[in-house]
Design a protein around this ligand. Structure first.
Ligand SMILES: [Fe+2]
Length: 286
């Protein structure tokens, strides 16, 4: 990918936030489009599903999902009825259509490890699931077969469907889960991507630099002890990827953050790192 311009403010970027989002495709057709999408040799294609939800596709056609939050469970449990804290971002792919090969879950909080998503997931019996202990308990309770469960720890590496996945340290954000993790992915073609998961500020995040991620995504919301956009920029300065994608700013009405403010912080704190916000329903090749 061509490096995005390094500027503190892009007047062409949509700064009115949040805007209501209208899905470009219905659930099934969007999943089918992702399945069909070609990937050039040595490249990785990526889609943003909102919050810390992503799909990555490597040049072997393997689909890896991170933290798919595909319901309104955190607000309305299994009712789906609108509540004051109900999600404002539509669900792009319904769990019954969600068909990937690898699912990586960073921790057990419901906007990342959602039982209502997991128990309905189309690929629940076929995909490989990687997660730390507290999240894996939820995954197991949702009916994922034991042979598809891969319990992960920081610095542990697993090779799953040809993808090298290494656990990274993340600082817990409250007492409810003391097993947060980030993950580093090495895809075919030696392409390295880091997902921070949810983390409070810790300089231990700097250990990821030794794995040389080309691009990373990081939480910027500042709510519930997650990194603020300013702190996230400081972590980027420690890790030094080429490109960073803002994450976790768009789904919960009580936990929003205009992403262009992260671009400004990045310009001040990590000027060598390019900012890239992924548009929904758009494929980006890295
Ligand atoms: Fe979260």
């Amino acid at each position: 990918m061509e490096l995005p311009p390094i500027v503190d403010f892009d007047p062409s970027e949509d700064i009115v936030f949040p805007r209501s989002v209208t899905p470009r495709l219905a659930s099934g057709p969007f999943m089918a489009e992702i399945r069909r999408h070609p990937v050039n040799s040595g490249k990785v294609v990526m889609w943003h599903l909102g919050n810390n939800g992503w799909i990555l596709k490597d040049d072997q056609g393997t689909l890896t999902a991170i933290d798919p939050y595909l319901t309104d469970f955190c607000a309305s449990q299994r009712t789906g009825e609108r509540r004051p804290k109900s999600r404002i971002l539509p669900v792009f792919i319904e769990p019954e259509d969600f068909d990937v090969d690898v699912v990586v879950i960073t921790h057990s909080h419901c906007d990342h490890c959602d039982p209502w998503t997991l128990e309905r997931l189309r690929c629940r019996s076929s995909a490989s699931f990687l997660a730390p202990w507290q999240a894996m308990k939820v995954i197991a309770e949702c009916g994922v077969p034991r042979e598809n469960q891969h319990l992960m720890h920081p610095l542990q590496t697993a090779i799953v469907r040809g993808i090298e996945v290494t656990g990274a340290f993340a600082e817990p954000t409250d007492f409810s889960d003391l097993n947060h993790m980030g993950f580093v992915f090495r895809f075919h073609g030696d392409r390295v991507y880091y997902n921070s998961g949810d983390t409070a500020k810790t300089e231990l995040s700097a250990h990821v630099r030794s794995m040389k991620p080309e691009w990373m995504s990081i939480c910027i919301n500042g709510g519930y002890h997650n990194l603020s956009h300013w702190e996230a920029a400081e972590i980027c300065a420690l890790i030094q990827p080429k490109i960073v994608l803002p994450a976790h700013y768009d789904t919960m009405p009580h936990n929003l953050q205009p992403p262009h403010m992260f671009r400004k912080s990045l310009f001040e704190k990590a000027r060598d790192v390019a900012y890239l916000r992924l548009e929904y329903f758009q494929a980006y090749e890295f």
